[in-house]
Design a protein around this ligand. Structure first.
Ligand code: NI
Length: 422
């Protein structure tokens, strides 16, 4: 049986050699994986939770616990300090206080950004905090180390178009590394938290900066939300595009009742409004009192503007607003279009002062209102920058007149006069 023993020895030898190669392969794979770090590898942190609930406060905080102790120190330092301060602040409160923190995490090639989403019942405006860490140096980093400073500065200037001067001046005067950044594959959102204006406004200013092309999702509007329609008369003018940009940046829409004479002069602006999903209405050709004209002349004022609109956009105009709100039964009976009036008059053309017009809107606004402005004056552009973010913060959807009618089940028919849609 000697040949069999010999064969047994050979099998053992083969197994040993095979094991050696398998081991070598595993080792090599491990080395390659190590080389790839840090990527989106979850093994470099775990989700951790601190939660307490007693008669004084309810605390529920999630944060990433990093396996690297230097990185972990940066994160836990912030978390522990925040909780400690919250407990201190709670001492002066009569009612039970509440703190919830969740986080979103984003890895780039050599940075990790941790974005804490905060809900703090003592300080309602303390809504977030971001921490950026350099993974090569294992220490805190700054946004200007991740993005080009000059480009970032240009992008943040959009705040001037989105918000009133007393807000944007503060933003642009601050160090951009002090803001909170939520970063993802598509770009980033910057939150201008805890600045000096925050006592005067009810929202936290923010800007979304997108990179690359991606398809925007169709917006679904919650029918239970409060809705209003902003309307702008007498344009287009040199102010119109800045108002458009402000509406877009705030995810809002508006209806522009244009004069044919200005439509002709600013065809490109009319087209731009149309292409960007705004609604354009007919405000007659040359802003005459329709009630003082012969019916044929009055209809010509309306119809010539409708034709012009069709030539510029290829679409049909569907709404009319009569100049000076001046109307009689003849005009009503013969109007080819529904007539849109308003329920809130900002008197912007009279005051030319956003501080006088803004309270007219903000103190009276209600669901279904149609708000009258004129995209003719710089003061109106400034007014838009005040009321739009504020209305959004109060939970209003800002829609076109036709959208408002659709959501409120209003039948807009020729000759019908509509002031509001509650
Ligand atoms: Ni007018």
């Amino acid at each position: 049986m000697k040949w069999l023993n010999k064969q047994n020895y050979f099998v053992k030898y083969l197994i040993c050699i095979s094991l050696f190669f398998i081991l070598l392969t595993i080792l090599r794979l491990t080395i390659i994986n190590d080389g790839d770090l840090p990527s989106n590898d979850n093994s470099i942190y775990v989700k951790n939770n601190i939660s307490t609930d007693d008669e004084k406060y309810h605390i529920n905080v999630y944060y990433p616990k990093f396996l690297n102790s230097d990185i972990n120190k940066i994160v836990t330092n912030w978390v522990y300090t925040y909780i400690k301060n919250f407990k201190n602040d709670s001492k002066d409160m009569d009612a039970k206080t509440n703190l919830e923190i969740n986080y979103l995490i984003y890895f780039t090639q050599d940075h990790v950004n941790i974005f804490f989403d905060i809900s703090n019942s003592i300080n309602l405006k303390d809504i977030n905090k971001s921490i950026l860490i350099d993974l090569n140096k294992d220490k805190s980093s700054q946004i200007t180390e991740l993005y080009n400073e000059e480009i970032l500065k240009e992008q943040l200037k959009m705040a001037k178009i989105k918000y009133p001067l007393f807000v944007s001046d503060v933003i642009l005067g601050e160090d951009m590394n002090s803001f909170n950044y939520l970063i993802n594959d598509k770009g980033f959102t910057v939150y201008f938290t805890n600045l000096t204006y925050s006592k005067e406004i009810s929202y936290i200013p923010s800007l979304k900066v997108l990179e690359g092309d991606f398809v925007l999702e169709e917006k679904v509007i919650d029918e239970n939300k409060k809705m209003v329609a902003l309307t702008f008369d007498d344009g287009p003018s040199g102010q119109t595009l800045e108002i458009l940009k402000c509406l877009e940046l705030n995810d809002a829409k508006g209806t522009f009742f244009e004069l044919g004479i200005n439509m002709k002069r600013y065809k490109d602006i009319t087209k731009r409004l149309y292409d960007n999903g705004m609604e354009i209405g007919n405000h007659t050709y040359s802003h005459k009192y329709l009630t003082k004209l012969k019916l044929s002349k009055a209809l010509e004022e309306i119809n010539s503007t409708s034709i012009l609109y069709n030539q510029i956009t290829g679409d049909n105009i569907t709404l009319l607003r009569v100049p000076y709100g001046s109307i009689n039964s003849t005009i009503r009976q013969n109007s080819p279009l529904p007539i849109i009036s308003w329920s809130i008059d900002t008197k912007d053309w009279l005051y030319r002062d956003p501080e006088k017009s803004a309270p007219i809107v903000l103190n009276h606004v209600k669901d279904g209102d149609i708000i009258l402005m004129h995209d003719m004056y710089e003061s109106t552009t400034e007014l838009v920058k005040i009321i739009v973010p504020e209305l959004k913060a109060r939970g209003y959807e800002l829609l076109t007149v036709s959208e408002l009618a659709r959501y409120k089940n209003y039948q807009l028919q020729p000759g019908v006069v509509v002031k509001e849609m509650n």
